[in-house]
Design a protein around this ligand. Sequence first.
Ligand code: NIG
Ligand code: FE
Length: 416
Amino acid sequence: MKADKILTNFKQIFSPIDKGHPLRGSQMSEANIIEDGYIAIKDGKILKIDSGKPAAELIDDKTEIIDYTGKMATPGLIDCHTHLVYGGSRENEFSKKLNGVPYLDILAQGGGILSTVNSTRQASFDELYNKTNDLLNEMVIHGVTTVEAKSGYGLNWETEERQLKVVEKLNQDHVINLVSTFMAAHAIPPEYKGKSDEFIDLVIEEMLPKVKAEHLAEFCDIFCETGVFTAAQSKRLLQAAKDLGFKLRIHADEIDSIGGVDVAAELNATSAEHLMMITNEGIDKLSQAHVIGNLLPGTTFSLMEDTYAPAKKMIEKGMAITLTTDSNPGSCPTANLQFIMQLGCFMMKLTPIQILNAVTINAAYSVCQADKIGSFDEGKNADITIFDAPNIDYPFYFFATNLVGSVYKDGKLVVQ
Ligand code: NIG
Ligand code: FE
């Protein structure tokens, strides 16, 4: 078969191995590193990748050949945990953070997530759309081609639905592929203060069926944390979501370890998020239940905490992990996945191969789209991130700058 396009003369291509499941434990250190290679594309899909010069049988007079001498390519990066759609910003909390006021205290005082709930409820569809569109533009220039996006700054149907519809519309309009998660159980809304069980009832009885009927989200998530939702409430909501056919995620063991990990394992969630405070037993449970750990080192960094999720230990104990931004206006205001990858290296001591697997093939499994994205297997979408770097180590070594030169989405050049 002839290629439409061949991207050639790469110094290195990082090619993850798709084993039919997320890479676990020592598998996270495996990958094919192709030296002096090319990527051939047909109809927006990967046709072939290999080292050396492209074979003559791939080329005819219509094949476009594009030279990437000296560059490094990876599959399009996947940011599999974000809270992208919100009104306002929270730099007013910065001095509190600097003075050591804990994140949960700011929330308990009606700030934090609840302050963003206020601004999101007041924002129109167009305001939310434009703001999210700007964030997505920022993400794609940093090499990201797929993003998971959660609701959860409405906490009432009207605003949750508006957030989910912004994601739905941007999935059609923006080059980035979006995966939607319903997370109305992100905080207890002021009108339900002291009545969190009743709020869970509302989410289960009224919101979840509407999200399902309108096809507005594939995943359901909840913040299982001291002062927010208990493990019992998390289990009740996620079981109801599972019964309706949602896939599950849970924010667990972020600040306190209160049982969210057990819920993730019992209900076979796709992923458990944060896990900064996870115990050894918790790691074993997630490992045995094959729950992916979505780790968010930018959140530890931005909250000015010392404890990063024990990523190396998780890998040693056989877990599959991803790294992701958590992009949100409070605990991690960034759209730069490269910086998060660098934190994975500097603060968690993960290797470049483990990190690149985390943000490609494992993140593809975390959004349940590994049949289409996350590696360079023939027939997958030609989503390709090209770094102005000669090898896979360089983007970790030369930190805090955007090293992405070009991005292809479905075989089309979208960043150059
Ligand atoms: O994942 N932890 C809960 N939710 C978000 C933060 C949201 C916010 O502070 O606005 C998180 O860190
Ligand atoms: Fe989060």
